[in-house]
Ligand binder design. Sequence first.
Ligand SMILES: [Zn+2]
Length: 312
Amino acid sequence: MPPERTPSGRRQPARRPPPRRRRRTQRRVPPFALAIIAIAVVVGIIALVARGGGDDPTASSATAEPVIPRVSEADIAAAAQQLSPRDQELVNIGQTGVSINRAGGNRKYVALTFDDGPGPDTPAILAELKKANVPATFFVIGRNVQANPEVFRQVVAAGHEVGVHTWNHPDMTTLKPAQQKAEIDNTAGEIVAVAGTAGRLFRAPYGAVDPTVLKGAENAKLLSVLWDVDTQDWMGPSPDQIVQAAVSGAQPGSIILMHDGPGNRASTVAAVPRIIKELRAKGFEFATVGDLVISDPPGADDMSSESRDTQR
Ligand SMILES: [Zn+2]
C-alpha cells in the first residue's frame, strides 16, 4: 500500500449534509417520520461505530443541526474507542511507554505535521497542500476545533490525518491524571462530534511526556507521536529559515514539526510549498503520519520515552 494517496484515492469534499432549512422545506414531518428519524440516528451511530471514523460525518447527517450532532457524550466516547482495522494497526505500532519520533527510515517518505490549529491560517496551508497534492497530519487543540468547526471539517474532508493535541495545550506532565484524561478525552470527543472521524494519534504539547502521560494516551487508544525535525516556526523565523530547517533535517521516515495555529503563520504558509518542492527534488514523497509508520514501522531507535523539548 503506497502511503501517499493517489488522486483517485483522495477523499472527496462536500459530503456534508444539506443545511437544515432545505431539509425542512423538502418534507413536512408526520409523526411516523419521527420514528424514522430516531432509527436513522441509531443507524448513524452504529455506522459511525462500525467504521471507526472516516471523513463522512455520519453522526451529523442524522441530526437537525448540521454543526452539533445529536448524539450523547457517551455515544461519542464509544465511537472514539472503536477501531477500524487501520486504526488497530496504527495503535499496535505503539509500545508501552514510548512515543514515535520517526518511521523506520526504509522508505523515502516524510510526514509534514501541523500543530495548534485549526486557526486563521489553516485554510491557506490547506490550499498549498492541495495545490501540491500532499497529505499532511494536523494535531489539533480541542478548543480551537470547537471555535473553528468549519475549518476543521475542511481539514478532514481534504483527506488529511488528525490527531489529539489536548484541549488547552497544557504541559501535561504538570497535570493530575484525571486532568490529563479530560484534556485527551474532550479533544477526541470534539473531533468525533465536529467531523465524524476519530483521530488515533496523540502529540503532547511542548513534546512534554512522562510515563503517566504516555500511559494516558495508550489508555485512550492513541499512538503518541512527536517528531525528529523541528522547524521552530513558532519562534517567528523567516520562510527561508523554516525551509532550511525542514529540508536539511529531513531523512527517510522523518516527521517534520510545523504549526498552523493560532496566530499569524504567514512564514509557515510561505514555506510549505517550497519545502514540498525542495524535498521532492531530493526524491522524497509525502505521507500522513499514520500511513508513514504503517508502511515503514519504526524500530527501537525511532521511539523514545523522553520529552523532545520545550517547543510549542
Ligand atoms: Zn502545540
